[in-house]
Design a protein around this ligand. Structure first.
Ligand SMILES: *[C@@H]1O[C@H](CO)[C@@H](O)[C@H](O)[C@H]1NC(C)=O
Ligand SMILES: *[C@@H]1O[C@H](CO)[C@@H](O)[C@H](O)[C@H]1NC(C)=O
Ligand SMILES: *[C@@H]1O[C@H](CO)[C@@H](O)[C@H](O)[C@H]1NC(C)=O
Ligand SMILES: *[C@@H]1O[C@H](CO)[C@@H](O)[C@H](O)[C@H]1NC(C)=O
Ligand SMILES: *[C@@H]1O[C@H](CO)[C@@H](O)[C@H](O)[C@H]1NC(C)=O
Ligand SMILES: *[C@@H]1O[C@H](CO)[C@@H](O)[C@H](O)[C@H]1NC(C)=O
Ligand SMILES: *[C@@H]1O[C@H](CO)[C@@H](O)[C@H](O)[C@H]1NC(C)=O
Ligand SMILES: *[C@@H]1O[C@H](CO)[C@@H](O)[C@H](O)[C@H]1NC(C)=O
Ligand SMILES: *[C@@H]1O[C@H](CO)[C@@H](O)[C@H](O)[C@H]1NC(C)=O
Ligand SMILES: *[C@@H]1O[C@H](CO)[C@@H](O)[C@H](O)[C@H]1NC(C)=O
Length: 558
């Protein structure tokens, strides 16, 4: 450290002034020690809450090639909103000028969109509605359910098959011109399953944001002499997600000693509310849990003809199919969130992006939303846990709950002021369906052949990277009863009147805590987990099942 030409003694003195001042936790004037987190003598317990290396079951982890956007991108990610969302670069749709287009392609990528704020007006509340605590109320408790940030494609997803097809064509020789010229030199650089650098920032920033919004609730832990438990699953990206959230919330390296991160095993056959498809038979190995994927594929077969004709006219020695159109659109999304930039984005028009979004809408509405016969059953585990925390009662072991982790204060505390569980987008949507938050799905079941715009459901608003469902529990002296609560999805407040019996219209989306809990308990009784997950019924896309299986089964499968 001699680069300023200072003598080493002087350097040492400067360093000690700047960095090495001993830290003493003195409360600021006017506050008391009860306002300082963490409380004295608290520490994480690595025996009760072991790290990823001990828990195991990280799932598939495939490292990608290092990004090189400084060389590959056609513009630089200036932090002034001109090229996309810093540090990403995303162009205007094909045929539009980046100077005049206001169409943000990233908002039409379904579950591959980076999360963005959704206005409460989308679900019927006035423009004045805000996620800020309504004046006159105090927040007493926060429950957060959030998804991992951007990741590589899951194993076996379309982009890798497309890459293999291009590699094949390269060996036999293909020519590309015009917009597709880049394809001659293009190689596949993505890994699989892991969180990307941008994905890490999403969870980190969510942690920073929630500390700023709700840090005051840490004082409850100080009063109790405890540190929080935040939960996640064992897949590598899920562990890293919870760590990045905690790093943003508590700081680096403080998070290493201020929160116990509880890692629940995600693996076939293991009960886990955060990975219910691992034990709900109908969700996985039968067609009942994937009627949305089938509907989406059928829709895509007709949606990109015009663009495919243009792209096919620019190549010889390879022919692109509707499956390839989806794969190239996914490459646009994945390369952008993994590498910072993608040459594929430029190939598609505004209409293509609208169709791409609808492809995801169909997939998620019928796989994990109200059009699915197994979504409420899969969301039941989290619904039981939310209700357990609301009522300070351990949930009974059924659905995908893991009794070991749900029936004792060590692993399932009932007295926290802040809860934060990390999971997958399918489970977040299953949970919203289990909660029966119908304003999110208001209108006709989604049309299978075109976007009729007759439903409030939009996938990128509910299941994007780092999507988050927030429950605020409030004390509002002006209300009767004073204990109120409300639900917020990606900053949109969800109205409860006309949806939850006994909740009347409230511009802030508030309803009596006790009333909401009783509505949710009724909903729990209504969701027949065993039937929906294990019975041999027939279900089809095109119907709003309210997330529950039709009663047409001839037997229970085992
Ligand atoms: C952003 O910064 C770049 C580089 O200075 C500049 O070329 C561009 O015009 C700026 N865009 C906006 C919207 O300010
Ligand atoms: C690659 O070419 C071989 C031989 O023509 C074919 O069997 C295989 O299915 C092709 N693979 C892909 C991914 O197109
Ligand atoms: C919650 O209760 C448990 C056991 O009753 C106690 O050990 C723990 O410190 C409490 N935690 C908080 C955050 O109050
Ligand atoms: C509960 O989870 C543990 C590990 O996290 C696992 O070993 C056990 O099998 C699970 N229980 C059930 C019933 O799946
Ligand atoms: C689109 O192309 C497919 C063949 O890939 C064809 O079956 C279908 O009829 C076309 N759809 C429209 C709307 O042109
Ligand atoms: C590609 O272009 C070269 C040079 O024009 C030509 O010889 C070759 O046949 C073309 N290949 C295909 C698959 O069209
Ligand atoms: C595991 O899940 C099954 C349903 O899939 C449920 O019947 C059982 O009670 C759960 N077991 C435990 C120990 O949580
Ligand atoms: C947290 O502390 C505040 C202030 O004492 C209190 O009003 C609130 O009920 C506490 N929250 C919980 C969940 O105990
Ligand atoms: C909730 O109340 C508002 C205001 O009265 C009304 O416009 C809206 O239709 C109601 N929502 C439902 C689902 O009934
Ligand atoms: C499930 O139901 C279908 C249609 O009713 C029937 O054909 C099939 O044999 C049943 N499968 C099982 C395993 O019971």
């Amino acid at each position: 450290m001699q680069y300023l030409g200072l003598g080493s003694a002087l350097t040492a003195a400067l360093v000690s002034l700047a960095d090495a001042v001993p830290v003493t936790d003195l409360p600021i004037a006017g506050s008391t020690t009860s306002d300082v987190f963490p409380p004295p003598s608290t520490t994480v317990d690595a025996k009760l809450f072991p790290p990823e290396s001990v828990v195991g079951y990280p799932g598939t982890t495939v490292t990608g090639i290092e990004p090189a956007a400084a060389e590959t991108a056609t513009s630089y990610p200036y932090n002034n909103g001109s090229t996309g969302e810093f540090p990403l670069i995303a162009p205007a749709p094909h045929g539009q000028s980046s100077h005049s287009s206001s169409f943000d392609i990233k908002k039409y990528w379904g579950n591959l969109s980076p999360w963005y704020s959704v206005p409460s007006t989308d679900y019927g509340l006035p423009e004045s509605t805000s996620p800020l605590i309504p004046s006159g109320c105090d927040i007493t408790q926060l429950h957060l359910l959030y998804r991992h940030g951007a990741r590589y494609p899951t194993s076996g997803a379309a982009p890798a098959s497309f890459a293999a097809k291009v590699a094949n064509a390269t060996t036999t020789g293909f020519n590309a011109t015009g917009d597709l010229t880049f394809l001659a030199d293009w190689t596949y650089k993505l890994g699989a399953e892991l969180l990307t650098p941008f994905g890490r920032t999403q969870n980190f920033l969510l942690g920073v944001e929630y500390r700023q919004l709700y840090g005051k609730l840490l004082n409850n832990f100080t009063a109790q002499g405890a540190i929080p438990i935040f939960r996640t699953e064992s897949q590598d990206r899920m562990v890293k997600t919870a760590n990045n959230f905690a790093a943003g919330f508590f700081g680096v390296p403080e998070y290493l000693d201020q929160v116990n991160i509880e890692i629940l095993v995600e693996n076939l056959g293991v009960n886990n509310s955060g990975a219910p498809y691992e034990i709900c038979t109908n969700a996985d190995i039968t067609s009942r849990g994937s009627i949305g994927s089938t509907a989406a594929t059928t829709f895509a077969n007709n949606a990109f003809n015009k663009t495919l004709a243009r792209l096919n006219s620019e190549v010889s020695g390879i022919t692109f199919t509707p499956t390839d159109a989806i794969a190239m659109l996914e490459l646009c999304s994945y390369e952008t969130v993994a590498l910072g930039y993608s040459a594929f984005c430029d190939l598609f028009t505004e209409q293509d992006y609208l169709n791409y979004e609808y492809y995801f809408d169909l997939s998620f509405y019928y796989n994990n939303g109200p059009g699915s016969p197994v979504s409420a059953a899969q969301g039941k585990g989290y619904l039981q846990e939310f209700v357990g925390r609301f009522t300070q009662t351990y949930p009974t072991a059924e659905s995908s709950l893991n009794e070991t982790y749900d029936d004792n204060p060590t692993y399932f505390p009932l007295n926290q002021s802040i809860y934060a569980d990390a999971t997958h987008e399918v489970v977040v949507l299953d949970t919203l369906t289990a909660f029966n938050l119908t304003p999110l799905f208001m209108g006709e079941p989604l049309s299978l052949d075109h976007n009729a715009h007759s439903n409030s459901f939009v996938a990128s608003k509910l299941v994007p990277f780092a999507t988050h469902f927030t429950v605020q529990v409030l004390e509002c002296p002006a209300y009767q009863p004073t204990k109120q609560m409300r639900f917020i999805v990606n900053d949109a407040v969800v109205p409860l009147n006309g949806t939850y019996a006994g909740c009347s219209y409230d511009a802030d989306g508030l309803c009596s805590f006790d009333n909401v809990v009783s509505v949710l308990q009724t909903r729990l009784d209504e969701i027949d987990y065993d039937y929906d997950c294990f019975a041999n019924y027939t279900a089809e896309a095109g119907v709003n099942y309210n997330g529950r299986a039709p009663r047409n089964a001839d037997s229970i499968l085992t």
